[in-house]
Design a protein around this ligand. Structure first.
Ligand code: MN3
Length: 201
């Protein structure tokens, strides 16, 4: 069965004023949808890959036929990365993580404030297009950034928080001010969703 575009778990205007409605419409309905269509176009030509999950495809890219490794990394990554990005945001969100996740962040980064600073640095410092991530790494947490639609899944890491820093994610509202977009992001982070991903597996 072909991959389906995951619906936004909230309305297009739910993240206002931090992420604007038009950006959400174009980002989800055009950009994300295009990755889905392109990915399905690739899989169609390789029936042996049909039925594999994105995690299976992206977690072991070198097992794929050589000519589709880069296309799957780009298009499959584009699908998976946006799925988690929508999932970890929400309306009336923000605030602080609680419980075990809060403890793990403190253990890895010293404090929540320090974590935010380091995460924003990863987002701002990514040259060109890409992502900033909080990932499970071994028994702890780490911040990484990836280029383009590369995903930490391909490095054996488990992402639990994602920030899209492609210009399409923020340019209509923030123009060249990526730092402002990154610091506004904390107002829409759904920490319960992040904690759910932290607790999984
Ligand atoms: Mn995007």
């Amino acid at each position: 069965m072909a991959f389906q575009l995951q619906s936004l778990p909230y309305a297009y205007d739910a993240l206002e004023p931090y992420i604007d409605t038009l950006t959400m419409q174009i980002h989800h309905d055009k950009h994300h949808a295009t990755y889905i269509n392109n990915l399905n176009g690739i899989i169609e030509k390789y029936p042996e890959l049909a039925g594999k999950s994105l995690e299976e495809l992206l977690g072991n890219i070198n097992a794929l036929p050589e000519d589709i490794r880069t296309p799957i990394r780009n298009q499959g990554g584009g699908v998976w990365n946006h799925n988690i990005y929508w999932e970890i945001m929400g309306p009336k969100a923000g605030g602080e993580p609680k419980g075990k996740l809060a403890q793990a962040i403190e253990a890895a980064f010293g404090s929540l404030t320090n974590f935010r600073t380091e995460f924003e640095k990863a987002a701002i410092g990514r040259f060109g297009s890409g992502w900033a991530w909080l990932v499970k790494k071994g028994s702890g947490l780490a911040i990484v950034s990836t280029a383009n639609q590369d995903t930490p899944l391909s490095d054996g890491l488990t992402p639990i928080l994602a920030l899209d820093v492609w210009e399409h994610a923020y340019y209509l509202k923030y123009q060249n001010r990526r730092a402002e977009y990154a610091s506004s992001f904390w107002n829409v982070v759904n920490w319960e969703a992040v904690a759910g991903k932290y607790a999984a597996k």
